[in-house]
Design a binder for this molecule. Sequence first.
Ligand SMILES: Nc1ncnc2c1ncn2[C@@H]1O[C@H](COP(=O)(O)OP(=O)(O)O)[C@@H](O)[C@H]1O
Ligand SMILES: [Mg+2]
Length: 215
Amino acid sequence: MRGSRQAPAMGKSTSFGRKEQETAWKNAEVDALYQLVAADVRVPRPLGYFDGVLIMELVTDAAGDPAPRLGEVELSAETALDYHAFLIRQVVRMLCLGLIHGDLSEFNVLVAPDGPVIIDLPQAVNAAGNNAALALLERDINNLRTTLGRFAPELLATEFAREMWALFEQGELRPDSVLTGAFARDEALVDPDGVMLVIEDAREEEIQRQLRLAS
Ligand SMILES: Nc1ncnc2c1ncn2[C@@H]1O[C@H](COP(=O)(O)OP(=O)(O)O)[C@@H](O)[C@H]1O
Ligand SMILES: [Mg+2]
C-alpha cells in the first residue's frame, strides 16, 4: 500500500471519505505516473488504482527479482555516463511537463536490465509558481551527479540544473533540448544584472538551507 505515512489517517476515515482519499492519492502519484509514461519517461507503468492501492509494474533484474537501487550497483565509468545522460534526459522530459521529482536519489532509481527506472513520485512538485522549484531541481540533479560521479568523476564538474532551468524559464525547454552541462555564469564587471544574480543566488542558498533544515 502506497505511503505508510498516510495509512493511519486513512484508517480513521469517517470525516475523510473514500472518494476524497482516492482523489488525493490520484493527484499525488497516479496522475504523475500516467503523465510521465505518456511523455516517455521511464517510470513503473501504473496498472490501476484499486481500493486505495496503487498497482504498478514490478521493476525487475534479469533474474526476475526486484531490481536493485542505483546506490546498490557497481558501474563502469562508461555505464555511469550513459545512465547519467539518460537520467538527465528523463529530468528534462519531466520538467517539460512542469514536474520536478523532488526526491530523486540513489534510493529512488532502480536499475533494470534495460537501464534506470525512476520511482517514488508521490511528492513530485509543480515547477511553475513554486519558489523552491530550482532548489529542488538542483538537489535532484546534484544527487544524480554525486551518485554517478563515484564511477565517472568527470560528472562532478557538470552543472545541468541551472542550464535546464534557464531554458525552462524562457519557455524554451524541449524534451530533446541539447544541454552541455556547463552553465556560463556572468563574470563580467559588476553590472545590475550581475548584482541581481548574486541576490538570486543568496536567495536560493537560503531556500536550500531551509530545505535541509526541513528534511
Ligand atoms: N515498481 C517497483 N518495482 C520494484 N521495486 C520497487 C518498485 N517500487 C518500489 N520498489 C522498491 O521499494 C522501495 C520503496 O519504494 P518507494 O517508492 O521508493 O517508497 P518510499 O521510499 O516512499 O518508501 C524502493 O526503494 C524499491 O526498492
Ligand atoms: Mg523511496
